[in-house]
Design a protein around this ligand. Sequence first.
Ligand code: AVJ
Length: 337
Amino acid sequence: MTPPSERSSLASSEPTDGACERFRADTLEGLALTPKRLAPKYFYDRAGSILFDQICELPEYYVTRAETAIVRARAQEIVASWGPRVRVVEPGAGSSTKTRLLLEALGPARCVEYVPVDISSEHLEHAAAQLRSEYPWLKVTPATADFTVDLPMPAAEEGVRTVIYFPGSTIGNFEPSDAERLLARFRRAAGPGGIVVVGIDLKKDPNVLHAAYNDAQGVTATFNRNLLVRMNRELGADFDVDAFAHYAFYEPVHGRIEMHLVSLSRQTVSIGARQFRFTEGESIRTECSYKYDLPGTERLARTAGLHLLDAWLDEERRFAVLELRPVLWPAPRSSVT
Ligand code: AVJ
């Protein structure tokens, strides 16, 4: 069995026509802005997903290892308060190691349904088929949706608790105000008795953060530049990929990693009839990856109508798995069956 992919929750497979048109429209819009920017969800074409899997294996990129270690060590504890009948909903096609660990911890007795949600139905069906074959007891009900816009969730059956699981620090890719809206959407989708479980990367020594996005092998640089390769292939752009430098740094005022592609010369790039001029040194911002401290996660949760019930951290306090519940349902841990 091949190891499960650690692809991002925003991953997409080869685009359908609609997805391609969205990519084109977003790209043309983002490159017309000053400063220029692109959305990080577009990193994850086939090549980008493979590169991201490689990033997860890099010695400098602690994020995935730290989160997986937490879930591996604490899975029983994490699911202990979820009750006797649980529906697990995962925005992003999921099927990661972490998801498997939680589904196994729940087991056939408690896990009544797993609902992966993704914008790409092809990617979803693949993930669903894989899980069904590994866990024949598991009822897998994929749902196609862009969870950044809408997360339609049929009300759970009587006595079944909905747990929205959002691992991978994908939440870090959202501006804090968008992250708040996203968490509020998760709260509504989970319902008043529901639970939201989020994996979030923590603030730490900026040199550690810097290294994680500037690996010695240059895989992150290739991942970043692959966005140019993708625009050339899918949009007919004529980017000279080598004329852009990968540049990533931690910006401590906003508490975020910024990734850029910086033009190494004055140049003009065409996408169809549109032309985009770059001065020497001009950048395209391709990603923000926000880092939080625990009080910050608590504030974020509160503004979304959730409260922090529990947080599991790795030994080095690099990463946190948070259990959030609606504020209108402040059941103390001890009273939960
Ligand atoms: C998938 C958003 C969690 O921000 O660390 C890894 C993506 N970008 N290296 C992150 C990423 C560059 C990753 N997330």
